[in-house]
Design a protein around this ligand. Structure first.
Ligand SMILES: [Zn+2]
Length: 414
């Protein structure tokens, strides 16, 4: 099968290349803001929708005037791709509104507030230890590029604190896997742990993450105590950004390990619907990070199951995974969030709440194996969408669509 995969490398740019990177990111941000303002005006004054193509034509006319000569200093892809992103942001907004979700309108990007990033297309090559980018040239990577393969579609460069990374979107041919004949596992989102599997294993947030979070709070306070605009504030802000980067890396690493293990060792994985899982909102920092992680967990499982030959199933939205007794099947009328242990009045089962829910999900998957499709198979193909489940409940939109909503386009990580 042909898949899209992302290869991400940390770069070791020279001083001149750092300047070029910063210029490209600056132009990309400028183009986004310019496009947004032109588009808004066109809509307010003439009721006209200007898409990326129309904006790009206008931009090309501006480029000829002396005032905008500086646009020639960077690759033409940087503004072009920023305008395409703007199109996607608007499309997401409209799609979200249609589905009744609260997706914000695209906003202006403030320097220093939004990540420095830009995307390049065209001739992009990877040589041992080097990524060759249009206009910028040969940039050394800090990691070996030995595993790289496939045709590069685009390269997104992004600054995180004081480092630059490139993510290459690559088209790769991957052999179709043999289906895994393994056990069914239900995975429920835990409240104190990240997730609990029906076989009793837990996916904890890494301990290192907790430590880093304490550090993060301290660093954030340190920034706010420094005088705005001062050298010390800039230094504290960099330390804070580094801390954020470290946490992100730890989280991503832990998630990848967990999803790979799950997808490689189970035939069927059943998870809760993303919207149900996200309904429990909490303002705690660790929880907010775990919210992000849950969507990413779904996304990784969806593509890794196709890679390794297992299946990902999503329980119907109103499936009472927490309120059902995994022993006798009795469904409780209510179960407050604070109740950590599930006690069944009918059969006397006493079980950890999350483990009970995970077992219910697994039970659903077992039934699915026997009875045929009543659940949505995430990786059966591209159709996804809202269908009617066997038990009469409307299926939620697939993770794939969800992913498209969040990221603009589907991307998979190496
Ligand atoms: Zn029971």
């Amino acid at each position: 099968m042909m898949i899209r995969q992302a290869f991400r490398y940390e770069l070791a740019p020279t001083a001149a290349q750092r300047v070029a990177f910063a210029n490209h990111a600056g132009v990309a941000r400028w183009a986004w803001n310019w496009g947004l303002s032109v588009r808004r005006k066109a809509w307010l004054r003439r009721g006209e929708t200007m898409n990326a193509m129309a904006l790009h034509r206008l931009l090309n006319r501006l480029k000829g005037t002396p005032r905008y000569r500086w646009l020639y200093e960077v690759s033409k892809c940087a503004p072009q791709e920023a305008l395409r992103d703007l199109d996607r942001a608007y499309a997401n907004y409209w799609r979200g509104r249609k589905a009744g979700r609260r997706v914000g309108l695209p906003r202006f990007k403030k320097r220093g507030r939004c990540p420095d990033r830009f995307r390049l297309t065209g001739v992009i090559r990877v040589e041992p230890g080097v990524v060759v980018l249009p206009r910028i040239g040969r940039v050394a990577t800090k990691e070996p590029t030995g595993k790289f393969g496939g045709r590069v579609l685009s390269a997104t460069c992004r600054r995180e604190a004081d480092r630059w990374y490139v993510a290459l979107t690559v088209e790769v041919e991957r052999p179709d896997p043999a289906p895994i004949i393994g056990p069914v596992v239900g995975v429920d989102r835990g409240i104190t742990r990240f997730a609990v599997c029906s076989d009793g294993t837990q996916i904890a947030s890494p301990r290192a993450l907790e430590r880093s979070l304490r550090k993060l709070r301290r660093r954030a306070r340190a920034v706010s105590r420094k005088r705005p605009g001062s050298r010390n504030r800039a230094k504290a802000a960099l330390a804070l950004a580094r801390c954020h980067r470290r946490i992100r890396n730890q989280r991503v690493d832990a998630l990848h390990k967990a999803t790979t293990t799950l997808a490689k060792s189970h035939g069927v994985i059943v998870v809760e619907d993303l919207h149900v899982a996200g309904m429990v909102r909490n303002r705690r920092l660790a929880r907010a990070i775990s919210d992000l992680g849950w969507a990413e967990f779904h996304r990784q499982l969806a593509y890794k199951t196709t890679w390794y030959g297992s299946r990902l199933l999503v329980a119907p939205r109103f499936y009472p995974s927490s309120k059902r007794c995994s022993g006798c099947g009795l469904v409780k009328a209510q179960l407050p969030l604070g109740v950590r242990v599930f006690c069944c009045q009918a059969c006397g089962l006493v079980l950890d709440r999350d483990l009970n829910a995970a077992r219910n999900l697994a039970w659903l998957g077992e039934g699915e194996r026997v009875a045929g499709s009543s659940l949505e198979t995430e990786n059966a193909g591209g159709e996804g969408g809202a269908g009617l489940a066997g038990n009469g409940l409307v299926e939620p939109p697939s993770v794939k669509q969800e992913r498209a909503r969040i990221h603009g386009h589907a991307l998979m990580d190496a």
